[in-house]
Design a binder for this molecule. Structure first.
Ligand code: ZN
Length: 470
């Protein structure tokens, strides 16, 4: 810290020295401040935003080239120019593109690209903070208040401070971001800051779409997200996201929603939602971008016996994954569950969802697609929600396994059971005992392994116990 401070002092002096050496009237010395580089920002864009040339910005930070910076890196920038910034921040609303923004605010696309240092005009996404010229009059309903925003955790920040700064609460942040342990957030982590008053953000949407809501505003690898649409007339909506056909649930043809599981290992990035809106014998296409954040899952090693190692054979794994994908893919249009789910066991959790795994110190090439509960052998296992038994069978890896269909493409899986007390086709209530915990299949000890699948995609089950989806 002391070291950094010294560097800053020297830089201030050198800047002052430089301006003094010129014969022109001495401008006020430049104050410096620190800008933490955000994902998607480039040094070129940053230099432009602060009114510097790229070379000046590099020199200011003793950097040799513009490629060597990382997200979260602290960069020195002039403090003064921020105050007279000719721009104002604006949060891109769901469904908006650079094209629609330019149209709406009477700007040239080239101008938006230049102000924001945008390298790929097709990568603008919902929730992105972009700069608009200060001359643009933002209508009241789209000022930045009322829109969920993204916050990048800075060094030294706590969840409590962040919540305070945004007028939110720790529990709201925990819920919005599926945080397992509120004391563990990390520098560079992207948090969704929910805002109570959503407002009626007027969006530039093509008829017959009248509203579009994305929850959460940025999706997360391994988690579930929801898209909601309203249309002014009965419309059939279909579309794709992450190369999968969306399952769209329509109520009276005017209210529509899609529950989306983002597969584990989906690389963080910007992805396109492509829709087709069919009404009155016309079909119009409509597309917008969503951002997918990394799930930031941990890595761990497990030790297994020779016999158990045999079950790591790719053919065994692929067969079982294929079976579960098939079982959890049919779409039952009747919703059987109420949200949020209840817990399937009265025991502590001992292995979270999403952990990358190696076995016996080998390569990290497996992923834990469920949550484990430290249930004692014979402890009751409860249905997390109402549903119908679509599988009750002995599998190689999961041992005695029950799969429940909850409707709307949502399924839950209970594995390693010592006994099963329901049969294929049975209807179950939430909280009903469906079996007992055990150690059947590939395990290092007795526990309940619990999974939730959405339209054939395995997702974080705990998100379903603390959020109302949809
Ligand atoms: Zn497990």
């Amino acid at each position: 810290m002391k070291h950094r401070f010294i560097i800053l002092m020297i830089l201030c002096l050198s800047l002052i020295g430089r301006s003094n050496s010129q014969a022109t009237p001495t401008p006020a010395p430049l104050g410096l401040t620190i800008h933490v580089l955000q994902r998607g920002e480039t040094l070129e864009g940053l230099a432009q935003a602060y009114g510097l040339s790229l070379a000046d910005l590099l020199r200011l930070n003793s950097l040799s080239d513009a490629q060597s910076v990382q997200v979260g890196q602290r960069l020195l920038v002039p403090a003064q120019i921020i105050a007279d910034s000719p721009t104002q921040p604006y949060i891109v609303q769901p469904g908006e593109t650079l094209d629609s923004l330019a149209n709406r605010f009477g700007l040239a696309i080239a101008e938006l690209i230049q102000i924001n240092g945008i390298t790929d005009p097709n990568q603008v996404y919902s929730g992105q903070v972009i700069q608009l010229p200060s001359s643009v009059q933002l209508p009241d309903e789209v000022t930045n208040a009322g829109t969920p925003i993204l916050h990048t955790v800075q060094r030294g920040e706590t969840l409590f401070q962040i919540a305070l700064a945004y007028g939110s609460t720790v529990s709201d942040l925990v819920n919005a971001n599926s945080i397992a342990d509120p004391t563990r957030i990390f520098v560079g982590q992207q948090l969704i800051i929910p805002v109570q008053t959503r407002g009626s953000a007027a969006q530039a949407l093509p008829a017959p779409l009248t509203s579009l809501q994305v929850v959460p505003l940025a999706f997360v690898e391994g988690e579930t997200g929801v898209l909601r649409f309203s249309t002014s007339q009965p419309t059939q909506i279909s579309g794709t996201f992450l190369e999968r056909e969306l399952r769209i649930i329509s109520d009276d043809g005017l209210q529509h929603l899609a529950i989306i599981g983002v597969p584990l290992l989906t690389p963080a990035g910007i992805y396109r939602v492509s829709l087709r809106l069919a009404s009155n014998s016309t079909t119009i296409p409509f597309a917008f971008n969503l951002r997918v954040l990394s799930g930031s899952y941990a890595t761990s090693n497990l030790n297994l016996s020779q016999e158990q190692m045999a079950l790591l054979a790719p053919a065994v794994e692929e067969f079982e994954l294929g079976l579960l994908t098939r079982v959890t893919t049919p779409f039952n249009i009747r919703r059987l569950y109420t949200a949020p789910f209840s817990l399937p066991a009265a025991a502590a959790m001992n292995a979270p969802f999403g952990t990358r795994r190696s076995y016996n110190g080998g390569e990290v090439n497996r992923i834990h697609n469920g949550a484990d509960f430290a249930s004692a052998p014979g402890a009751p296992v409860y249905a997390a929600a109402a549903g119908r038994v679509v599988l009750a069978d002995l599998l190689n890896i999961r041992g005695n396994t029950i799969v429940l269909d909850h409707g709307w493409g949502v399924y839950s899986v209970y594995a390693h059971l010592s006994s099963m007390s329901v049969q294929l086709g049975d209807s179950v209530r939430v909280g009903q005992i469906i079996g007992a915990a055990g150690a059947t299949g590939r395990v290092t000890g007795p526990h309940l392994h619990w999974e939730v699948w959405v339209n054939g995609v395995s997702v974080n089950p705990l998100q379903w116990t603390h959020q109302t989806i949809p």
